[in-house]
Design a protein around this ligand. Sequence first.
Ligand code: SF4
Ligand code: SF4
Length: 476
Amino acid sequence: MGAMLKLVERNLHEVQVGGNRLLFHIPSSSLFASDELTGNVIDALRQRDCSPAELTRHLGSRFAADDIGETLRELMALEVIHDGSPLTPEIGLQRVAQTALDTVVLNVNTGCNLACTYCYKEDLTAPSAGKRMSAATAEASVEMLFAESPAAPRYNIVFFGGEPLSNRPLIEHMVDWCERRARELGKPVNFAMTTNATLLNEDLVDWLDAHRFGLAISIDGPQAVHDKNRLTIGGQGTYEVVRKKVDMLLARYKSRPIGARVTLTRGTTGIEAIWNHLVNDIGFAEAGFAPVTSGNVSAFNLTPEETATVFANMKALGQKYLAAALENRNIGFSNLHQLLGDLHEGNKKALPCGAGLKMLAVDHQGELNLCHRFTGSAVPTFGNVHHGVNKAALHDFLSQRLNRADTGCAACRIRNLCSGGCYHESYARYGDPAHPTYHYCELMRDWVDFGIAVYSRIMAENPGFIDQYITPRKGN
Ligand code: SF4
Ligand code: SF4
């Protein structure tokens, strides 16, 4: 170690939490407490490059030479400091050469019985004009999944729409069919669905429960907020009917916790009041918030000021989450819960999500899309379930995002958590799904710093919360 040592700033992010100095190791998304010696090494190298001998002389009056040597070795192994030898490429892969599909999203009907003002779905139609997927296409989609990934330990089938329950016969057929095929293959199969709840009844709820559907309900908050946008085709607010159905659902559904999914559009930034209503008044297990910043109807997009307020309000609710977590209670705030899960697992994401990689979404004609948000869009599809996946096109697309050279993401401190952001957000904003979502990077970085601070407090003061509430969730 005679060469000059340098700090590798792009691999290191420091966060102060309650007077403690924490080191966020960017390549692995892992968090380390920085001891006094580590802090001193970093500070010295931030002043100027030094040789190990110079550093040992500089710090020798306060620390033992062996400890200094050990710390330098550890920091070099993490590539937080280096001696000029080449650094390990962060993303080993230059190109996506294969996918690991385990999820297929079936867009069972483009029709929806509601007419929510802000809906992003480009293929959305009224129920009478809805284009329904046939059983042959749905079965071919799942056979494609089995054939593409014969070694997957389990398979996930997601029903999407429009409103998926507007094609209930196909869902019922597919659940029986998938369970039979999965038994033949000796593999478990999971079902999931996001629904507006309006078509639920007791029999249907019991049937969904018996098949352990993972359910998310689209609901935007208290009546005044929900009824602003979530309307019937005739223009009436839907809160009352949704509330009645959800009360029935939550009273009967036993197999899995049910979450609420909130769409935040212009004029709505009051996260805490919405969460309070959904979790404490109604009884959802959790509420997750999707801020709309780039929808195709720009009048519904949050303004930049509102987007900043949404993030500030997410942090305020996050403080409540933290206070409850220190008392070993989970208050059901999905956005923060998910971020803590990623930090806990040291999730390093080369790509932002599983779209195209683990999951494909099938439209009513059997065309293959990156995810449910792209069905019916102008983005070219990646093959068809009847003729096969266009792997060359899919791998080209994913490889484009994998390559961060010449993008702002290359040196971004949250590059392995954000990975350039949601493809659909990019498509809606820039007309190009491969473009990074640059429009709220600072807010995202600040949100991740907040998550790091919350995570470190929980780990220091009540680590049992992580074991009880964060770790098991991943196995769901
Ligand atoms: S999109 Fe922005 S926040 Fe996300 S990785 Fe790229 S530069 Fe960072
Ligand atoms: S592309 Fe965006 S909407 Fe689609 S799965 Fe990924 S994060 Fe979700």
